[in-house]
Design a protein around this ligand. Sequence first.
Ligand code: AMP
Length: 645
Amino acid sequence: MESRDEIKVSLMTKRNLGKGRIPNTDYKDRVFVLTRGKLSYYEGNLSKRGKLKGEIPLSAVKVIEKVDDDLLPKDFPKDNCFQVCYEDSLTLYIMANDKQEQEEWVSLMQEACKNNNGLLPMFHCGVWQGGQWSCCRQVDKNAPGCKPAFTQRSPADKENGSSTTNNRRPGKVKKDPLPAPPVPVHAKRPLPAPPPAAKVVVAVYDYEPSQPGDLELKKGEEYTITDNSRTHWWKALNREGVQGFIPSNYVQEKTEKGLIGEGWYCKDMSRQRAEALLKQEDREGCFLVRDSTASPGTLTVSVLCKTPQTTVRHYHIKQNPRDSKYFLSEKYTFPTIPELINYHQHNGGGLVTRLRLPPAALTGYAPATLGFSQDKWEISSTELTLMKPLGSGQFGVVRLGKFQGRMLVAVKTMREGSMCEDDFIEEAKTMTKLQHPNLVQLYGVCFKERPIQIVTEYMCNGNMSSYLRSKGRELAEDRSPLVDMCQQVCSGMEYLERSQFIHRDLAARNCLVGEHNIVKVSDFGLSRYVLDDEYTSSTGSKFPIKWASPEVLEFSRFSSKSDIWAFGILMWEVFTLGKTPYPNLNTTDVVRQVTHGKHLDRPQRCPHGVYRIMKQCWEKDPMRRPTFKDLQGQIEDIQEKDYCE
Ligand code: AMP
């Protein structure tokens, strides 16, 4: 029986406050009663209220907020928890029976307390557990919260459900059935002060959310990371206090040099990639700034100069030990790198040419995200629109497609009976977690209906073997794009090696080319699921014998070292502009030649230094072959003589 001044009554579960000397975290069902002045709770049930067990005057309340389901410790008996912080540092955790009840209680209590003097601007969306806050990992129990509280959020955020922290399944949270309480809104307020453990990052690309619960990213803006416990999708907070998931490879940690987000800065770019990009752009003064691979800790400005002939010059940015100012030419020193760049954009100042604009490829290109959103790797066929065929391979036809009508993808429809589907589906979940700028991203798999479809990143220039054959002459005018292509494959393979993942079928035909000559390794590990003996047995007619190492041919022994052998053959394919290896030999002769230690000859346009690398890959003893990590350094060193003033 509710009296007239009772706003809401519910039977919910509360966690013991643990006020005693020995913390006691047991749980009790109580009848909660909200009136204009207080929150009270009683023993008993809704039809028979028992003894009054506690009362909180609403004027003492400092925070009323939900607790994120994902951040609740295992011993909490239910989800749908909300917290009432009051007096000095007491927090009552109450578990509602469902989301709607949780929403109603939080809204009603926030409305009732909105004019309290002591409201806190920030709160913890997790709980104190095991000596730290489960949300921000701060180890001080009294540390300030890591998320803006309801007084700091705009009404729009609340209506969108973005005030909700219960985003285990963000899309399924019901909209607030009650009007959001009016709160002060500031158009652009400063980023909430991050707690010591929170990381501030800067978006390096725009990101448009594809799932409810994702947060939009705007290039150059700062975000506070509130949860980075997963590798690829982090929870972040924007300036307006809206929280959501973001792809972690779209942001970079703010550095003291303050370069992240500058259109001309690219952190991890090899010298070859920089040269290839600048030459492709072919504009006088086109430039970029990158971390020097030759001297770690130093930055390099790479700039294209077209007279007397097209060259790329690389300048180290130096720092004066006396006043710590930066310079390219000792005469012109600056307190920050952006100021230095700005100066040289307007004045030659001793450089071979004035710096103009960075390559368009740097500003326009955003990497693939890992899957479409956090935890999404299972794709429904209703989310895909199939378009033109792109090619066909061992498993069937590959088509261009659109995901949710807006994002281009490649869709491989698996011919029935061509693969061991159950094993692949099991493995695909792991494969979606592999992420590198030089690996074709596996977004997810559509397997609820047959035939199964594999959805990957779309690469507009198709497979590298055909690309080399059609565009090779252009590329070969200058050797650096060819070295750059090998370097990119090597980078992707080094990541696979580090992840202890064996490709098993590395070849130019299994690499794809995107815009701006970006090369990515594709089809990694897929050969394990092929059901065709002609492909899997080393004596089969479709087995890639010409890429196979002696130990694969003899004992089917695959390892990262057999991938290295195949990489040597791939380098040969690159420098012959897409020729088939051992052009005049049949497969029996290839096996004989390989097992007797005879190698492919040096291609005509291949520098001796590059051929030396290939030959290392073809050492008969796998242990004597280099690792991809070793090769990365060696490829980087090619043309070292051209390097740096
Ligand atoms: P596969 O079955 O992977 O050998 O693919 C067959 C052909 O389809 C390739 O040789 C490419 O020409 C094309 N293709 C496969 N995947 C993609 C992709 N992600 N983007 C563009 N083209 C692709």
